[in-house]
Design a protein around this ligand. Structure first.
Ligand code: GRA
Length: 386
């Protein structure tokens, strides 16, 4: 058993930390308040290779692997959690095309996502299909050498700014989940209306609705066969879930660091408040939850690097990290009191941003369902092709 990072991975982490501290952190409060989408920083992360870790060099990546992806994501999220969504939006579609795409699709669609030239997304969720992916209603009707898509995709990260990405729709609703198909969409075309939406946190990660009315996608952009969509989606979610888990870890760390630092400065009743056992209790719990989540996140990434099944391990990592982030943000708020509640300091942003991790990429309840049903023998989490 090996708990050390290689020199290469330590260098990757150092690069990401330096970038996050110098370029992301200084404007995080302003960007959050103004809900800025930092295209400049998104592009810079592309230049630094942050979207290429899980993509081979042949398609513009650097092949550093999933542990590298997790380390980078953790560092970025520690500086500003909303900025790590950008990593997922580039990697998610690129990696899915790498897994299921034809050679032509790989050459055409992956490099612009890896470089950050095209802003990515993945459109799964709908007004009546969140946790229950199979309930989605968007249809894709074959029309000669293209498909016409009709439906509404809701709460789609990057919807207001995306150029290209994945979209899931039914080619045959009567087949239930076996009639779902996956497509690579180029969004700067007619037939799509974008409606930005506002959320409580992750302000720098634009989100919204994509309304599709006879939105045309060339048949050549379908990933896999008709009917492969649900399995492709489950596979994709397993990859993108890992990025969320790493992001939650970064946020947990930021909140814990803020709490520790404040405990060592703030004096009440003539003592540093770190001397009070009730605060020590919170700090100890924050550290243990964070460190346990870190081991789970790194293990899931390590398994992914070895191409070993990791759906179960990724669900555990996502659940643990999301809960650790929320525990840490909530505890930091208690420790900092009014300074935590104030919009002048970052803890209230951590608190708002942390909530998203219990919702996105499979809620905490969905992760628990996957973990428990595997343990009970009802539904295996690590499946063939998953
Ligand atoms: O029997 P079969 O041959 O028909 O196959 C079944 C099963 O074997 C079929 O799908 C197969 N399957 C899988 N295959 C490979 C299921 N899971 C997998 C897998 N992991 N790998 C149907 O299976 P089922 O178990 O009956 O499916 P279900 O009950 O309809 O759904 C399962 C489940 C609840 C886990 C799924 O729907 C799910 O994961 N839901 C959560 C949805 C989610 O995560 N949404 C995220 C939206 S995107 C987002 O949040 C963006 C955030 C961006 C950011 O912040 O970064």
């Amino acid at each position: 058993m090996e708990f050390e990072l290689s020199e290469e991975l330590m260098a990757v982490r150092e690069l990401a930390r330096e970038f996050a501290e110098k370029e992301i952190a200084p404007s995080a409060a302003k960007d959050d308040k103004e809900r800025n989408f930092r295209l400049d920083l998104v592009r810079k992360m592309g230049e630094l290779g942050f979207y290429g870790t899980v993509i081979p060099e042949a398609y513009g990546g650097n092949g550093l692997g999933f542990v590298a992806m997790a380390l980078i994501t953790e560092e970025v999220a520690r500086a500003h959690s909303a900025m790590r969504v950008a990593i997922n939006m580039q990697i998610g579609p690129a990696l899915t095309v790498l897994q299921f795409g034809s050679e032509d699709q790989k050459r055409k669609f992956i490099p612009p996502l890896v470089s950050g030239e095209q802003i990515g997304c993945f459109a799964i969720t709908e007004p009546d299909a969140g946790s229950d992916v199979a309930a989605l209603r968007t249809t894709a009707t074959k029309d000669g050498d293209r498909y016409l898509l009709n439906g509404s995709k809701l709460w789609i990260s990057n919807a207001p700014v995306t150029n290209s990405g994945l979209v899931y729709a039914y080619t045959d609703r009567s087949q239930k989940h076996r009639g779902m198909s996956a497509f690579f969409a180029e969004w700067d075309r007619p037939g799509v209306t974008r409606k930005p939406l506002e959320t409580m946190g992750a302000h720098c990660s634009p989100i919204g609705e994509l309304i599709l009315e006879d939105f045309s996608i060339p048949a050549a952009n379908r990933l896999g066969d008709e009917g492969d969509g649900f399995k492709i989606c489950m596979w994709q979610l397993n990859q993108t879930r890992l990025n969320c888990a790493a992001g939650a870890l970064g946020l947990a760390r930021a909140a814990r660091e803020a709490a520790v630092s404040y405990c060592n400065q703030r004096v009440q009743f003539e003592q540093k408040i770190g001397a009070f056992q009730m605060n020590q209790d919170l700090i100890a719990q924050m550290i243990v939850h964070e460190e346990a989540a870190r081991l789970l996140v790194y293990r899931a990434a390590w398994l992914a690097d070895r191409k070993q099944p990791n759906n179960l391990e990724t669900s555990m990592a996502k659940y643990a990290a999301a809960e650790a982030a929320n525990f840490a943000a909530d505890s930091a708020m208690k420790i900092l009191g009014a300074y935590g509640y104030s919009t002048e300091f970052p803890v209230e942003r951590y608190y708002r941003d942390a909530k998203s991790y219990q919702i996105v990429e499979g809620s905490s309840n969905i992760q628990k369902m996957i973990i428990a049903q595997d343990a009970l023998g009802y539904r295996k989490a690590n499946r063939e092709g998953g």
